[in-house]
Ligand binder design. Sequence first.
Ligand code: DAH
Length: 315
Amino acid sequence: MEIEKLKKSLNELNKEYAKIKTIPVEERKAFGIEMNKKKQEILAKIKALEEAAEDAKVEPLDITAPFDINAKKTEFKNTGSKHPLMTELDHVVDIYQAMGFNVMEPRQLDDEFHMFDSLNFSKGHPARDGYDTFRTSEGFIPIAHTSAMQNRALSTYKERLEKGGQIAVVIPGRVFRNEDVDPTHEHTFYQCEGVYVAKEATMGELLGIFKNFFETYYGQSLKIKTQPGYFPFTEPSFELLVEKPKTLSGKGDGWLELLGCGMIHPNVLKAAGIDPDKYKGFAWGGGIDRLVMMKYMLNDVRYFESGKLNFLEEF
Ligand code: DAH
């Protein structure tokens, strides 16, 4: 190392300097000055090298350090775990994947076209108000339903139709609505959307998918039924009701309204460049939170977003 070498020459210089006693007195002054000059040069070099080495040292970054550098380090007693809604959402997606559906993720911020226009909501249509949408100052919309992804799902997979295949996609994701919160309403919740398009598609097939899905999810045989509904993007439109599953506490009674569905409106297919005279499709979308609340007999949807550890630790 350079510093070591310099220190060695410094030692030698000192030894050399000791010879001063052996040289004639009149030469001693010049000899001393010369020696001292060399010594100062070496010392300056050593100092510069030491400073450079100090500057090059990188303090290791401790990302667990508390903001108050005088405080003791935080010790985490508990390790984190997956949020119960995420576990359930994975379960939901697994069931659809086993049926052959592809999965897409929505954007959390989207635009007017995907949220409304591409879904056959004409400009100024009163149904737009039914979605209680938030808006950013730039005009973006935190999506109020996963249907905002329908146009992208259809466009992404439409070449499959020409090859004689189908579009079969599910889209699980987080949605946002500007509504008053209470035990059954949250401003932030989860939905799962489904889209299917092929040469032929019928409501009968859709009901078959639902029966299969709910029986797998709740692990018991369940009745389902439809009632008329209204959505601009399906014609006809339905609401799907599922018999309340029997829970540990006993027999379920009554019906749960779990999702909206219907045959995809021709204008929605056209907006994605699909010819509605050649292809047909059905779509559905429903809340995940409610599905999970029923499974675990929870009575307040707000717990999911609350970060309450005693609630989360029950799962
Ligand atoms: N997006 C609707 C909602 O949040 C639910 C829905 C209804 C989705 C019908 C669909 C559908 O795909 O076809 O209220």
